[in-house]
Design a protein. Structure first.
Length: 158
């Protein structure tokens, strides 16, 4: 009788600690990397994981939109800067006004990318906070001492 009870109790306790997984954020050169279950995940996978938390998912969607916008602007700006430089290296007549417009577009893209990273990180932190609260509220055992005609005992209720 003691072995099944002990096995069941250990199983329930292990489930309580293994139930929720957090997303880890690490700042790297050029941005952030996100890991889940010790595996590197993409922004798309990150959004799929966070989707269960509506508030965090809405913030995540804003971050992804801003991230896409900054990527497009950065690409266009880089092309506009690179074209005159390549033309100059090739011996042609470069249009430096085009390079200046490209540099301006890149300058606009930088704060948008920064805002995108802040939104995505805020969504991850909000998700992690909800995971922590679910894990801590999932199993709160109550112990009580009982006595009856069979003797004394310890009761554990969930």
């Amino acid at each position: 009788m003691k072995k099944p009870f002990l096995t069941l109790t250990l199983m329930m306790l292990s489930l309580a600690f293994c139930n929720a997984q957090k997303i880890d954020i690490e700042k790297v050169f050029g941005g952030y990397k996100y890991t889940y279950n010790d595996e590197l995940i993409s922004i798309g996978d990150l959004a799929n994981i966070i989707e269960s938390n509506n508030e965090a998912f809405e913030i995540m969607k804003k971050g992804r939109t801003n991230r896409s916008l900054s990527g497009v602007l950065g690409f266009v700006g880089g092309g506009l800067v690179g074209w005159p430089i390549g033309n100059s290296i090739g011996g042609g007549n470069p249009n430096w006004t085009l390079a200046a417009v490209g540099a301006g577009i890149i300058v606009v893209a930088i704060p948008i990318a920064s805002r995108a990273n802040k939104n995505i990180n805020q969504a991850v932190e909000l998700y992690n906070a909800s995971v922590d609260s679910k894990a801590s509220n999932w199993m709160k055992p109550e112990f009580s001492l009982i006595a009856n005609s069979n003797g004394l005992g310890l009761s554990m209720n969930f």
